[in-house]
Design a binder for this molecule. Structure first.
Ligand code: FNR
Length: 388
């Protein structure tokens, strides 16, 4: 535990208190606009708060005298063993958060055996990341372009470079109504920093040059940014019948991110997907949306035996991960906490946040009488709503 978490005697650079992390990032992040981007939630942040409240309504019932001195946190996903049920969620434009950007974050993940997911909107290119951080497991997240040729090019590059699983995000064909970005006029800034995956793509570059009479993303970054956003964020025309297109360019597991209803989870099974991520995008898309944890339980009951179910949105502690796994998730993704750490102290900050989460989960399991992940099930929880 000491090896994973805070080393006794050294004051940590990033707080270990999940309730203080956002405040520390607000004070200490050099890139303030990056902070507002991370903090952002849709509307009045009701969904983000619901994500947290849902975790609070479940309580762990610990068991005693079960010889849990040694714990095994490993899980099996798509036939491969992973060290722990924690993955780094795909978060775009990490160049807005710290100069270490995705490279620092991926390095921190690799050091801890945590899988890193590269976003389509990353500030780091597909090849660039693998060259900088060849070690560690990597998944790739797709914002599905309108243009199948660009889709094919991006997916082929990602697969060729060893990204293992494809995560297709369904809930962001347009960005949600996010006051923290709107009030700070943050969007042009965000778009301007976050297009390396797209800008480096040869098919995107050719099409952009054709449309603009020879411009390149370097000669005209704002125009290229707009072209890119129009290409990947206006895709609400896609339907279940088109999912098979992705299989042409991706022979590994394909996972849909942003599933919140039992009906859609069943469709994911019907259309042959390998997995789903129950997610409301950290409450950044629809205000007043069902919390991810509330959505998880019925979905896992309906399809958990047929498809790999994972979740994200609101994970802040080891206990949260314990609860999500009891309710049927096989793994969870973590978003904001890790990039607050990145924003505060670069790679070391991301490392601290992830290491602390691993240690917290490990301790919570041990104290609850659980030695390994398959022992987690609903009988270890009680739902108790305290008023107020
Ligand atoms: C995101 N998220 C996200 N999702 C995605 O599929 N592609 C992306 O590029 C991004 N970008 C992004 C940026 C930032 C700053 C945040 C906070 C989130 C959503 C992300 O993958 C995940 O669903 C949420 O972050 C999970 O919620 P928590 O852990 O932040 O509460």
């Amino acid at each position: 535990v000491l090896e994973q978490g805070v080393v006794m005697g050294n004051l940590p650079k990033v707080t270990t208190d999940p309730n203080l992390l956002e405040e520390q990032a607000r004070k200490e992040m050099v890139l303030q606009r990056g902070f507002e981007y991370i903090r952002g939630s849709a509307g009045e942040a009701a969904t983000m708060h619901a994500n947290r409240l849902a975790f609070r309504s479940w309580k762990i019932i610990p068991r005693m005298l079960r010889a849990t001195g040694e714990r095994d946190l490993s899980v099996n996903l798509f036939g491969k063993k992973y060290r722990a049920p924690i993955l780094m969620a795909p978060l775009g434009v990490q160049g807005t958060m710290h100069a270490d950007k995705e490279i620092g974050n991926a390095r921190a993940c690799a050091e801890l055996g945590v899988t890193f997911t590269l976003s389509t909107s990353a500030s780091t290119g597909i090849e660039e990341l693998v060259e900088a951080v060849p070690e560690g497991d990597k998944w790739f997240q797709l914002y599905w372009p309108q243009d199948d040729e660009i889709t094919a090019s991006i997916l082929t590059r990602a697969r060729k470079n060893g990204y293992q699983t494809l995560v297709v995000t369904l809930d962001t064909w347009v960005m949600g109504w996010r006051p923290s970005d709107l009030d700070t006029a943050n969007i042009p800034f965000i778009v301007g920093v976050g297009d390396d995956v797209g800008f480096q793509d040869p098919v995107f570059r050719r099409k952009f040059a054709e449309r603009t009479d020879g411009e390149t993303p370097e000669s005209s970054p704002v125009l290229a940014g707009l072209f890119w956003v129009g290409e990947v964020f206006s895709g609400n025309n896609r339907s279940w019948e088109e999912i098979h297109i992705l299989r042409k360019y991706w022979d590994g597991p394909i996972v849909l991110k942003g599933v919140l209803s039992v009906e859609d989870a069943k469709l994911a099974v019907q259309y042959g997907l390998d997995g789903i991520i129950v997610s409301n995008h950290g409450g950044r898309q629809i205000d007043g949306c069902i919390s991810s944890l509330d959505a998880l339980e019925p979905i896992a009951q309906a399809v958990g035996s047929k498809i790999t179910v994972m979740m994200d949105s609101g994970i802040r502690t080891g206990a949260d991960i314990f609860k999500a796994l009891c309710l049927g998730a096989q793994a969870v993704f973590v978003g904001r906490p890790v990039v607050y750490g990145l924003g505060i102290a670069g790679k070391e900050g991301a490392h601290s946040v992830l290491a602390n989460l691993l240690a917290d989960l490990d301790i919570t399991m041990g104290l609850s009488g659980v030695k390994s992940i398959p022992e987690l099930n609903p009988s270890r929880l009680a739902r108790i709503q305290h008023p107020g």
